[in-house]
Design a protein around this ligand. Sequence first.
Ligand code: ATP
Length: 224
Amino acid sequence: MTAIAPQHRLSPLGLFGGTFDPVHYGHLRPALEAQQALGLGSVRLLPCRLPPHRDRPARDAALRLDLLRLGAREVPGFRVDDRELRRSGPSYTVDTLRELRLEQGAERPLVLLMGADSMRGLGRWYRWRELFDYAHVVVLDRPGYVPEPAAEVAPFVAERYLSGPADLRRAPAGGFFRLPVTPLAVSATRIRRLLAQGRSVRFLLPEAVRRHIHQQGLYGYPQV
Ligand code: ATP
């Protein structure tokens, strides 16, 4: 008979990275559902530096961070972690996970959350296999994207499928799981486009975020 590893005493820590330009309900609702379905003690939202080719004004990082803080404030257990903005150079997730592993200790389960579109591109991430040395990976469904890993990643991931959320506590890292969440076809691209056209983004993102965008005339929205 195979021995079953004891459940880990420390609650798993959820990690959710993104550009958050701006944060919206397509980020917050799936992350909240993951928090509850997976029993995550807390969720860290990690805004990344924009890749150089996006060529945006320097104020963007501070702006995205302010808006993310306003949005995260609504959700108990969510915290914004701005380490990638404070670090110089590219924001490699593997570096972030290594740092967090050192801070959280070897035993605490870390759970990297990502939407299905991010998972599709995982094979192009810097040292992507090493992500699994530091964390479990959980993919959240996103409308319009195939919820399966791309071909180059699939065999690696196939060996790591967990049978359910309880397995996340049986090891600190290394597992893979797919979590169906309420499908919300919201994207930051669409929100930026609506704002630039002076159209409403109400109900697509937290009201405090919307109000701040309007008051400051951000993303091209005509200032009130
Ligand atoms: P953009 O439109 O500017 O590319 P985005 O809306 O895709 O932005 P990001 O900040 O790039 O948002 O995404 C951060 C994380 O949230 C990624 O893992 C992404 O897959 C996930 N995500 C974003 N929107 C959704 C959504 N509607 N449903 C599920 N996951 C989402």
